[in-house]
Design a binder for this molecule. Sequence first.
Ligand code: K7E
Ligand code: CUA
Length: 660
Amino acid sequence: MKLLTNSYLKLALLVLALTFAYSCKPGKMGSSVDADAAKKVYVPPGKYDEVYAFLSGGFSGQVSVYGIPSGRLLKVLPVFSQNPENGYGYSEETKPMLNTSHGFVPWDDAHHPELSKTNGEDDGRWLFINANNTPRIARINLVTFKTEEILELPNIGGNHASPFCTENTEYLVGNTRFSEPLDNSKKDVPISSYKDNFKGAVSFIKVDKDNGAMSLAFQLIVPPFDYDLAHAGKGPSHDWIFFTCYNTEEAHTLLEVNASQHDKDFVMAVNWKKAEELIKEGKGTKIPARYAHNVYHESTHTATSTMETETQTLDVTKFPGLVYYMPCPKSPHGIDVTPDGEYMAASGKLAAIIPVFSFKKMLNAIDKKQYEGMVDGDLPVLKYEDVLHGEVKNPGLGPLHTEFDGKGYAYSTMFVSSEVVKWRIDNLQIVDRIPVYYSPGHLSIVGGDSKKPYGKYLLALNKITKDRYLPTGPELAQACQLIDITGNKMKLLLDFPTIGEPHYAQMIPADKIVKNQIRFYKLEDNKNPYVTKAEKDAKVTRNGNRVDVYMTAIRSHLTPDNIEGIKLGDEVYVHVTNLEQDWDVPHGFAIKGNNNAELLIMPGETCTLKWIPGETGIVPFYCTDFCSALHQEMQGYFRVSPANSNVPLKFSFGENLATE
Ligand code: K7E
Ligand code: CUA
């Protein structure tokens, strides 16, 4: 077969072989651990960590929050997946968060946490993250650490180059991994008609600067490459966003070989300011689209899901000056912009160098209009030599991602040779390298993609751990390694395992977030329509076969705690209001045999658990969170009678059952 003799296949196999060789080597553990590592990561009991790290959960669909330098796991935040721990995606209030144009999708694959930025600096207000599979972007409020909004993105498949924000979080951007047929009348086409019928779409999501509310502003229709990652410019490059793309061959099968043919793929530079102006001038084309917009309202603790019906597009081939391509060796993955906004480091997975592009040179090349060629007839390809600041030579094998310390240095991960490499941005000389265990994807430096990196700590996010931890069957934890970057030499401080696959993490000094935390959640602010603000208002009502239980929880009882008159065929909605207002006092709620989940109800909140009783008899319920010394007493009973029974609906607390 012709393809198998292809030299690129050989190269791919070589890379694979090297991956295997490197990642399966027993660790030379300990060799590079700093002598005072223990002191540097020790956070005494009762003391706070210096930094928050937000790690994506990868295939878990969630975000996990760690304290750095201790590596202590603080919390897992539910985002794109149902979460049995607190009933997210199971409670009636939060189910709409996981609604999509495909219906209820209770899981996803989340890759890139992105902190909101003001003047190019992390401002500690929101954390955004992408759902890769069923394209969505979520916004987490860093006051409550709750997912407040999820916006689906139409017309794309694989929301991977996402969500990266502009310097003042004017926009979040997401680009498609899988190009698709976009013409509604031509969706059912042969896959082999890829080059004719498939297109990419870059989404620009407007973020309200006061409340963070997201809306899909417009989408740019681009050639059908596979877009991989992105970063927005800053400072001088403020108006631009840069995307890596592979599969510029426009292959649709055996991409491993067929998308590795070209010696160079591209970095796509998009002038978003110009696109914004064109949209303002009314140049956009409105097309029908179906995508869900889900919002969690803090005052009611309830989410709503709205189906949007339209999007606005701009075909970039029709508007000169919007898009330029820069050749980039070879199957590029990460693209990272230096703190001063002058240079873009792109990492070709199969390249033996790291090309660093100069923004200034890019503008000059655009001015000169000396192109190497065109994509799709109309989109200029700039000359590699014209836009290149230079190449980092011999960085290692499989460069993936780069971040910056704000002191003139860049740090890149080498997936295949399992190391982090430090190099100077000005002369591109490598000054240090440190092995990591093993196969790092992204790395993260505190503020490392911002205008003002805080530096100090680097996290390597490793895909493979092999011999690093006690074995746990075939599934081994993925892991982080914390590296001290304060000195000339990088120093390994700590290993810790992670939840899911942390593709990327963002880190921020703790004080930017701690100061916004709320310690008291007022019951009077609770606007949930099913709230019960006092025990005396607890009640049970019936409307046909729907039964609503208005229940309260306070240490250490649930009111009411005896409920009779439920019948087979009923749908029971238990609305539990937590009467506590001080933070750190949640109550839980669970019903025996319920096919749903349990709840965890935060102070001052109301949560609703749906239950369809399956058999007659006595059914216990209780609080699942050890909330006081008498937590174990926090319990009650339902009585379920046959459908035709005439047991009256009754409820009580602390007395024998009284009739309503
Ligand atoms: Cu490199 Cu999804 Cu950012 Cu994984 S991605 S590593
Ligand atoms: Cu409330 Cu245990």
